[in-house]
Design a protein around this ligand. Structure first.
Ligand code: ADP
Ligand code: MG
Length: 570
C-alpha cells in the first residue's frame, strides 16, 4: 500500500516530539499503558450504556510481552480498538486526541460511573518512537469484523493495511532501536525494568497489567535421591499482575488501617520508620484533589543540606506526572512527604512540566493550611509527639519565619516553641502571653549557648525579679525568628540585654532620669577618664547581685553579631 504523509506539518513536529518533549525515554511505557487504559475505559463505558455487550469489568486487561531475541515489546489491550478511520485520524495526525473528543462528547451525559480518561493532548503515543525504530499497531474496533495494521518508522510516514486479529482491541509492537554508546535500549527487554516502570508510573491504573514473568525454581527432590544430590532448577513462566490497581489514597479513610498507611509510606518514600503523622484529605471545589501526606518521625540525613529536594508526587487520575513537584509545598514545610492526585490539572503536553498555574497555587495554599492545622492539633493533643516533631523540624519552621520575606510569619508563629525560664520546658508564644503579668508589656528573651548558661546571665535578673518569664534562646536562628516576628499578640519581643528593658513604671523612670541628671558631672568625668574606650557612661538599673554585665544597643544583639561574623562572605 502507498505510503501516506503525516498531517499537520507533522514531520518536524514529530521530530520535535520525539526528541524534546519528554526528558525521560522510559515514560513511553506510561503513555502506552495510559492509552490502553483509556481504550478500556471507553469500552467499559459503552458496555454500561449498551446492555448487550456481554462484558463485565473483570474481563478487561492489559498484557505486556517481551521478545528478547526479536528485541520487541508487545503491549496488548482489549479496549475499544480502532477502525481504519480512527487510525488515520488519531495516529496519523499529531496532537489529535481521540480521547479528548470522547471526553467532550460524553461530558454532559449523566453517568454515575464517571470516566477518568487520561489522554488529552494527542501526543503520548509518539513517545513510543523514543525507544522504537518501528511501531506497529494492530487493532480491531468494537463492533467491527475487520482488523487493521498501522505501521510507521517515524517521521517518514505510515502505512495502514488490513490484517488478521481475532480479538477486539489493540496490539502495539515496538521494535526497539539499536543500542548506542549513550542508550542501551535492551534494558527495556528486562522484565524487572518493565515491572519497575509499571510500578513507578502506572501502579494505580484500574485494570490489571499482566506480564509473563520468567522465573526459576528448585525441582522437588526425588524420593530415591542419592546422598550427594545437588538441587536442580527449572525455568517456568508465570503471569503476574504488575500493578496494585487501587490507589491507597482513593480508598475511604475509614477503610485504611494505620499499618497500611505506614507500610505505604515506608515503601514509597524509603523510610525505615513509621511516619509521625498521616494526613489524608479529599477536597472538592475550585480545585478537586486528594492529598496523602506524611510527616516523618526524623529528619533524613540530607534534610538540612543543599541536596535535599522538597516536593510532593503529583498524580493525574492515578498516573504519576511528577515525582517531586516543589510548587506544592512551601519551604517551611519542606519536610512533608506524600502525594497529590487531581483530575483537573491543566497539564502541558509533556506532563512533565506543569503549567505553573492557578490550580497548583490553590492546592498549595490549601495544603499549607491543612498541614498547619494538623500540626496545631498535634501540639494541642499530643504534646510529646509534637516535641518529637519539633526536635526534628523546628529549625525549619524558624527559618521559615524569616525567609521568603516573612510571608509565612502568621502561618508559623503558633507552631514555635521556646524554652521558658519559669516553666523549665518548651512553651508556645501563646502560652507565654497567657501567663504574662498584668503590668508586663513585652515578651522577654535571653540568648546563650545552653539554657543553663542563659539562666546565669546577670541581665536576666532584673526581669526575673519582676516575676516575668523569659524565653531562653539557645540556637542562633531563634533570635532571627523572633526579630522577624517583631511582635506576638501585639507584644513586642525584648532582649534582656537591651539598653531599655521597659521594666519601670513612669515614676521609677522619672526618678532614674533625675538621678542621671544629678550625677551628670561624675558620669561625664568617668567617660572622659576612659578616654574614648566607651560610648557612654550611664547609671544602670539592670544589675542586682552581679557587679557587671554587657549590654548592646543597636539593631543586632551579640548573638546575632556572632552568627553574622561566622558567615563566610562577611
Ligand atoms: P491522547 O492519549 O492524549 O489522546 P495519544 O497520542 O496518546 O493522545 O493517542 C492518540 C489517540 O490514539 C488517542 O486519543 C486514542 O483515540 C488513540 N489510541 C491510542 N492508543 C490506543 C489504544 N490502545 N486503543 C484505542 N485507541 C488508541
Ligand atoms: Mg495518551
Amino acid at each position: 500500500m502507498a505510503m501516506k504523509q503525516f498531517k499537520a506539518e507533522s514531520k518536524r513536529l514529530l521530530d520535535l516530539m520525539i526528541n524534546s518533549i519528554y526528558t525521560h525515554k522510559e515514560i513511553f511505557m506510561r503513555e502506552l499503558i495510559s492509552n490502553a487504559s483509556d481504550a478500556i475505559d471507553k469500552m467499559y463505558y459503552r458496555s454500561l450504556q449498551e446492555d448487550d455487550t456481554g462484558l463485565s469489568r473483570d474481563d478487561f486487561k492489559i498484557h505486556i510481552a517481551l521478545d528478547k531475541p526479536g528485541r520487541k515489546i508487545i503491549i496488548e489491550d482489549n479496549g475499544c480498538g480502532m477502525t481504519k478511520d480512527d487510525m488515520e485520524k488519531d495516529l496519523g495526525t499529531i496532537a489529535k486526541s481521540g480521547s479528548l473528543a470522547f471526553k467532550q462528547e460524553n461530558k454532559d451525559k449523566k453517568n454515575d460511573n464517571n470516566i477518568d480518561i487520561i489522554g488529552q493532548f494527542g501526543v503520548g503515543f509518539y513517545a513510543a518512537f523514543m525507544v522504537a525504530k518501528q511501531v506497529t499497531v494492530e487493532s480491531k474496533a468494537y463492533g467491527s469484523d475487520e482488523a487493521w495494521c498501522w505501521q510507521s518508522s517515524g517521521a517518514e510516514g505510515y502505512t495502514v493495511d488490513p490484517c488478521e486479529k481475532a480479538e477486539r482491541g489493540t496490539k502495539i509492537t515496538l521494535d526497539l532501536k539499536d543500542n548506542t554508546d549513550d542508550d542501551n535500549y535492551d534494558t527495556y527487554l528486562d522484565q524487572y525494568t518493565i515491572k519497575n516502570l509499571i510500578k513507578k508510573y502506572s501502579d494505580y491504573i484500574r485494570y490489571p497489567i499482566r506480564m509473563d514473568m520468567q522465573k526459576s525454581r528448585q525441582k522437588p527432590k526425588p524420593e530415591n535421591a542419592p546422598k550427594d544430590y545437588k538441587p536442580e532448577y527449572e525455568d517456568y513462566t508465570e503471569v503476574e499482575t504488575l500493578n496494585s490497581m487501587v490507589p491507597l489514597w482513593r480508598k475511604n479513610k475509614n477503610e485504611v488501617k494505620p499499618e497500611e498507611y505506614n507500610s505505604f509510606y515506608k515503601n514509597k518514600f524509603g523510610d525505615y520508620e513509621d511516619p509521625l503523622k498521616v494526613i489524608h484529605s479529599y477536597n472538592e471545589g475550585v480545585a478537586t484533589y486528594t492529598a496523602l501526606l506524611f510527616i516523618p518521625a526524623r529528619a533524613s540525613y540530607d534534610y538540612y543540606t543543599r541536596d535535599y529536594e522538597k516536593g510532593l508526587q503529583l498524580y493525574s487520575n492515578g498516573v504519576l506526572i511528577m515525582d517531586k513537584c516543589s510548587d506544592l509545598l512551601p519551604d517551611c514545610f519542606s519536610f512533608v512527604r506524600g502525594l497529590v492526585d487531581s483530575q483537573d490539572l491543566s497539564l502541558n503536553i509533556s506532563r512533565e512540566t506543569l503549567q505553573h498555574d492557578h490550580q497548583l497555587h490553590i492546592i498549595e495554599g490549601r495544603l499549607e493550611k491543612k498541614i498547619k492545622s494538623e500540626l496545631l492539633n498535634m501540639l494541642k493533643n499530643d504534646r510529646e509527639k509534637y516535641e518529637q516533631f519539633y526536635k526534628a523540624f523546628g529549625l525549619q519552621l524558624k527559618y521559615g519565619v524569616y525567609s521568603d520575606f516573612g510571608q509565612h510569619k502568621e502561618l508559623l508563629q503558633d507552631l514555635l516553641l521556646f524554652y521558658s525560664s519559669s516553666e523549665k520546658k518548651l512553651v508556645t508564644l501563646q502560652e507565654y502571653v497567657d501567663r504574662m503579668k498584668p503590668d508586663q508589656k513585652n515578651i522577654y528573651y535571653a540568648c546563650g549557648e545552653t539554657t543553663a548558661k542563659v539562666d546565669m546571665l546577670p541581665q536576666t535578673e532584673a526581669v526575673k525579679d519582676k516575676g516575668y518569664e523569659i524565653l531562653y534562646l539557645t540556637s542562633p536562628v531563634d533570635e532571627f525568628a523572633l526579630r522577624a516576628l517583631m511582635k506576638y499578640d501585639d507584644k513586642e519581643f525584648k532582649s534582656v540585654s537591651d539598653d531599655d528593658l521597659d521594666l519601670q513604671t513612669e515614676e521609677e523612670k522619672a526618678a532614674a532620669k533625675k538621678k542621671v541628671e544629678e550625677n551628670k558631672d561624675m558620669l561625664n568625668f568617668m567617660k572622659d577618664a576612659l578616654n574614648g574606650e566607651v560610648k557612654e557612661v550611664i547609671l544602670s538599673t539592670k544589675l542586682k547581685s552581679h557587679p557587671v554585665c554587657l549590654s548592646t544597643n543597636g539593631a543586632l544583639s551579640m548573638g546575632m553579631e556572632k552568627v553574622l561574623n561566622q558567615m563566610p562572605n562577611n
